[in-house]
Design a protein around this ligand. Structure first.
Ligand SMILES: Cc1cc2nc3c(=O)[nH]c(=O)nc-3n(C[C@H](O)[C@H](O)[C@H](O)COP(=O)(O)OP(=O)(O)OC[C@H]3O[C@@H](n4cnc5c(N)ncnc54)[C@H](O)[C@@H]3O)c2cc1C
Length: 450
C-alpha cells in the first residue's frame, strides 16, 4: 500500500471544507514544509512550493482539532471521565478572582489571573517556561508564540490578542525544551495539544500545565486594517504598539502610531468590527469555556464587578493539579479568590454559552462537512434555530465588501455607540429565546465507541 498523503487528507477534509481553525499544529509539526499564507485575509496552511507533500508526517493531520475532535474521548484522557454537564465541561470549582500583585492585575486582560499563575509556577520551579503569545515579538502589530522563561517575559505576554494567532506553530521549537512547560491557548489550540498528548506525540510531552481564556469571538487581522483605514492610516506598518485591552478593565483598543497619534476605542465600541471580521473558527468551535484546560479564565461580567472596575476574572478549575495550584496561590495570597456557584459563574456568560453550545451546532449542521465533536445537543427548539438565521444574515452582510466599505467611512463616534446600542437591544430582544431551555439542554454522545 502506498504511503498515506496526510497533506492531501488535511487539505481535502479540513482546509478546502473551510474548517481550519488556524491552531497552527500542522504548520508547527511540518518541519518547514507547510506555512500560513493569507487568502482573502484568511491565513491558511499551504504547502511550501518545492516541498514534497507525501513527506508530511501523520501528526499534522491526526493532531488537527478541526474535523475530528472527540470531546468525550479527550475528557476521558485528561480527566479520566466524561462531563456530567456538557455546557461548562468538567469543573471542580468556580471562583471570581484577581491577581493581588497590582501590576499583574492592571496589565492583565481581566484580573491578571493567568499571568499570576504562570509567574507563580515559574517562581516555585514547577515549570521552566511557558508557551504563550507575545505582542510585537517580530513586528509591533502582531503577536507571536514564544517560550517565555523569565518573569519579565511572562509579564510581557499578558493581555488578550483578538486577532488570529496560530500558537501551535511553535511546537517544533518548544519540543526541544526539557520542561516541564505551561501552555496557554484558545480552545481549539488546547484540544490539539490534548490530541497530541493522547497520541503520545513528543511535541506535547513536555507540557504539564494547560491554561486558557474563555473564547467567544476572534477577528481576522483585517479588522485592525479596517480600523486604521477609518482613521485614514494606510498601513499597519505605521503602528508602533498595539494593545487590545489597554487601560483599566474592561479596557480599550489602543494603537500608537509612528506620527505620534494614539487611536483608542473602548472594548464595547471596538466590538462593532465583530460582524464584519469574525473568524469562521469563532462560529464553528463549540467550546467557549476552554473545557480541556487545567484552569480556564474569563471576564467576570456582572454589574457588581464592572462597577468596581480594576479587573475581575471568572476562574474555573477543572483538574486536581488546577485545584492544588489555586489553593497554593490563595495560601500565599498571590491570588484573591471568592468561591461562587457554577450556576452563577455560567450565568455571567449565558449569551456566549448559547452562541457556542447551541449556535455552533446549528451553524455546523448547515455545512457540507462539519466538525465531529463526539457529542451534540439532543434537540434544539425551532425558535432558537430561527434566531440563528437572523445572525447568519448579519454575518453574511458583514462579509460583503460594500458593508465593510460603509462602516469604514462612518465616524467611530457614531458607529461605536450605535453598534453597542443595537447589540444590547438584540441581546434583550433575543434573550428569552436564547436562554429558554439553555441550561436544560440535553446532549447526546455521538462518538463511535472503540
Ligand atoms: C480571542 C479571545 C476571545 C475571548 N472572548 C472572551 C469572551 O467572549 N468572554 C470572556 O469572558 N472572556 C473572553 N476572553 C478571555 C479574556 O479576554 C481574558 O483573556 C481572560 O479573562 C483572562 O484574563 P487574565 O487577565 O487572567 O489574563 P492575562 O493575565 O492577561 O493573560 C492572558 C494570557 O492569555 C494568552 N493569550 C492572549 N490572547 C491569546 C490568544 N489569542 N491565543 C492564545 N493565547 C492568548 C496570553 O499570552 C497570556 O498568557 C477572550 C480571550 C481571547 C484571547
Amino acid at each position: 500500500m502506498s504511503k498515506e498523503d496526510y497533506w492531501e487528507l488535511l487539505r481535502k477534509e479540513v482546509i478546502d471544507e473551510g474548517l481550519c481553525t488556524q491552531c497552527g499544529t500542522c504548520v508547527g509539526l511540518s518541519k518547514g514544509k507547510l506555512r500560513f499564507e493569507e487568502k482573502k485575509g484568511i491565513p491558511l496552511p499551504t504547502l511550501v512550493e518545492e516541498k514534497n507533500s507525501s513527506d508530511i508526517e501523520k501528526s499534522c493531520y491526526s493532531g488537527c482539532p478541526a474535523r475530528y475532535c472527540s470531546y468525550p474521548k479527550l475528557n476521558r484522557f485528561v480527566f479520566k471521565k466524561e462531563p456530567k454537564n456538557w455546557i461548562p465541561g468538567i469543573t471542580k470549582a468556580s471562583h471570581i478572582g484577581y491577581a493581588t500583585d497590582e501590576k499583574i492585575r492592571r496589565n492583565g486582560a481581566s484580573g491578571g489571573v493567568i499571568t499570576a499563575m504562570l509567574v507563580h509556577l515559574l517562581q516555585t520551579k514547577k515549570i521552566t517556561g511557558v508557551i504563550c503569545l507575545k505582542m510585537g515579538a517580530k513586528v509591533p502589530y502582531k503577536a507571536e508564540p514564544v517560550v517565555a522563561k523569565t518573569e519579565e517575559e511572562i509579564l510581557a505576554c499578558s493581555q488578550s490578542i483578538y486577532s488570529v494567532t496560530p500558537v501551535n506553530t511553535i511546537l517544533e521549537k518548544s519540543a526541544k525544551e526539557k520542561g516541564p512547560l505551561a501552555y496557554v491557548g484558545l480552545p481549539d489550540q488546547v484540544a490539539s495539544i490534548r490530541k497530541l498528548q493522547q497520541q503520545g506525540h513528543p511535541s506535547a510531552a513536555n507540557i504539564k500545565y494547560v491554561f486558557g481564556p474563555y473564547t467567544g469571538t476572534q477577528m481576522y487581522f483585517e479588522a485592525i486594517q479596517s480600523f486604521l483605514r477609518s482613521h485614514s492610516v494606510k498601513s499597519e506598518k505605521e503602528i508602533v504598539s498595539l494593545q487590545y485591552r489597554a487601560g483599566e478593565w474592561p479596557g480599550y483598543l489602543q494603537i500608537k502610531l509612528k506620527d505620534g497619534r494614539v487611536l483608542k476605542a473602548e472594548k464595547f465600541y471596538y466590538n462593532y468590527l465583530i460582524p464584519f471580521f469574525i473568524t469562521s473558527s469563532s462560529l464553528q468551535v463549540a467550546d467557549f469555556t476552554n473545557e480541556l484546560t487545567d484552569i480556564s479564565v474569563g471576564d467576570a461580567w456582572s454589574p457588581k464587578y464592572e462597577s468596581i472596575k480594576k479587573g475581575f476574572s471568572v476562574v474555573l478549575a477543572r483538574s486536581e493539579q488546577g485545584i492544588e495550584l489555586l489553593r497554593e496561590m490563595e495560601g500565599k495570597k498571590s491570588l484573591s479568590l471568592e468561591k461562587i456557584s457554577l450556576k452563577d459563574a455560567l450565568d455571567m456568560h449565558g449569551h456566549m454559552i448559547d452562541f457556542k453550545k447551541r449556535g455552533s451546532f446549528i451553524r455546523n449542521s448547515w455545512k457540507k462537512s462539519s466538525p465531529d465533536y463526539g457529542y451534540q445537543p439532543q434537540n434544539i427548539a425551532r425558535s432558537r434555530i430561527a434566531v440563528e438565521f437572523v445572525l447568519a444574515a448579519v454575518f453574511f452582510t458583514g462579509k460583503l465588501r460594500i458593508a465593510r466599505w460603509v462602516v469604514e467611512h462612518l465616524p467611530l463616534k457614531i458607529v461605536g455607540p450605535c453598534f453597542n446600542t443595537l447589540r444590547l437591544r438584540w441581546k434583550n430582544a433575543s434573550k428569552s429565546t436564547k436562554r429558554k431551555g439553555l441550561w436544560e439542554t440535553k446532549f447526546i454522545i455521538t462518538e463511535k465507541k472503540e
